[in-house]
Structures are given as structure tokens and as C-alpha cells.
Design a protein around this ligand. Structure first.
Ligand SMILES: O=P(O)(O)OC[C@H]1O[C@H](OP(=O)(O)OP(=O)(O)O)[C@H](O)[C@@H]1O
Ligand SMILES: Nc1ncnc2[nH]cnc12
Length: 187
């Protein structure tokens, strides 16, 4: 029987479901990297719904509510669109270099297994808007910092950063400074 401090909430149930659908793959994409793959989670209807609920719950309410979601290529697109729909707001796709026809700004960065450049589409973020950044994994934080700088460079505010999985050993949270970071699980 549950006692008051062992009551399972709906969020706990969602979290258990999410955790059970993650898989880690050794030596991908390069030797020595333990890669966290969310494919099975995204492919599972209940898993995707639980993930969306949990990520949306980390968005602020009232005056702290997000005006828009920013999804980071590529896996952040899938989660970002789902979270935006749940919150009733739109979604901005921050893309890898060379995919957008009209670019507001770009940032290059390093991550666990290489380097990349992110670009923000022109004329979609308005100054003063509160953006919720969504992606799957927070590792070194290079990707998230670049995305935050693009949002902030457009005059918008990073309301929060929401990710499914954090890899604390790689130090991403510290690189994000004072920006509010919410991750569902750590490995
Ligand atoms: O915290 P970091 O060290 O920056 O790593 C996290 C990023 O790495 C992965 O994306 P990846 O660049 O592999 O791109 P993809 O989603 O296009 O596969 C992941 O989806 C995050 O965006
Ligand atoms: N180990 C990892 N697994 C999945 N995505 C990542 N992005 C950066 N590092 C990662």
C-alpha cells in the first residue's frame, strides 16, 4: 500500500515509461561514444505522449508562459512540434547549415563527436518573445548554447530549455549558465 511519501504520480508513471523506452548503443557514431537513441520512444504512441506531457509541463505558466517553441535539428524537430502543439503555440526550426533559404544568423559549435553550424530562419522570432528550446539530449551543451545565442541574438528570451536526457558527465548544464534547464532523466 502507498504511504504519503511513496505515492506514484501520473508524472512518475510517464517517466518510467520514457526511461524504459530509451536505448544506448556503444561506439556510435564513433568509437568510445555511448549513443542514446530515442527512436523506440518516439515510435511508441504512449511513450511519445508521455514525453510530450513531461516536456510541456516544464514550460512556464501565466506571465512565464512560452510564446513559441524552438526545436533543434533533427530530433528536436519531432519533440518540439509535439510540445508546441500541446502548448498551443508555434514552432521554429533551428536548422543545420545550408538548409534554410533565408537565415537570420548562424553559430558554429563543437559537440561530443564533431562540430556543426546551426542557423535561425529570418523573420520568425520577434523581439521580446519567450522561447522554449526543445531537444532530445543535453551532452556537452554546445548545441544548446548555440541555439540559445541565436534566440537571444534575435532579441527573444530563452524561457527554458527542455530535454529528455542529460549526460551530466559532459557538463552541458554549466555551459548554459543561468538559463533554466529541465531534463527528464540523467544517465
Ligand atoms: O550537447 P551536445 O554535445 O551539443 O549534443 C547534443 C546534440 O547532439 C545530438 O544532435 P546531433 O548533432 O547528433 O544531430 P542530429 O539530431 O541532427 O542527429 C542531439 O540531438 C543534440 O542536438
Ligand atoms: N551520447 C549521445 N547520445 C545521443 N545524442 C548525443 N548527442 C551528443 N552526445 C550524444
Amino acid at each position: 500500500m502507498n504511504t504519503p511519501d511513496t505515492v506514484n504520480t501520473a508524472a512518475d508513471t510517464d517517466l518510467d515509461l520514457v526511461a524504459g523506452l530509451l536505448r544506448d548503443v556503444p561506439d556510435f557514431p564513433t568509437p568510445g561514444i555511448r549513443f542514446w537513441d530515442l527512436s523506440a520512444l518516439l515510435a511508441d504512441g504512449a511513450g511519445l505522449a508521455a514525453t510530450t506531457r513531461l516536456l510541456a509541463a516544464s514550460a512556464g505558466e501565466g506571465e512565464h508562459a512560452a510564446d513559441v517553441v524552438v526545436g533543434i535539428e533533427a530530433r528536436g524537430f519531432l519533440l518540439g512540434a509535439a510540445v508546441a502543439h500541446a502548448l498551443g503555440v508555434g514552432v521554429v526550426a533551428v536548422r543545420k547549415h545550408g538548409k534554410l533559404p533565408v537565415v537570420a544568423a548562424r553559430r558554429s559549435y563543437d559537440l561530443e563527436y564533431g562540430s556543426a553550424t546551426l542557423e535561425l530562419p529570418a523573420d520568425v522570432l520577434r523581439p521580446g518573445e519567450r522561447a522554449l528550446l526543445v531537444d532530445d539530449v543535453l551532452a556537452t551543451g554546445g548545441t544548446a548554447v548555440a541555439a540559445c545565442e541565436l534566440v537571444e541574438g534575435a532579441g527573444a528570451e530563452v524561457a527554458a530549455i527542455s530535454m529528455v536526457l542529460e549526460l551530466p558527465a559532459l557538463g552541458g548544464r554549466a555551459r548554459l549558465g543561468d538559463r533554466p534547464v529541465h531534463t527528464l532523466l540523467a544517465r
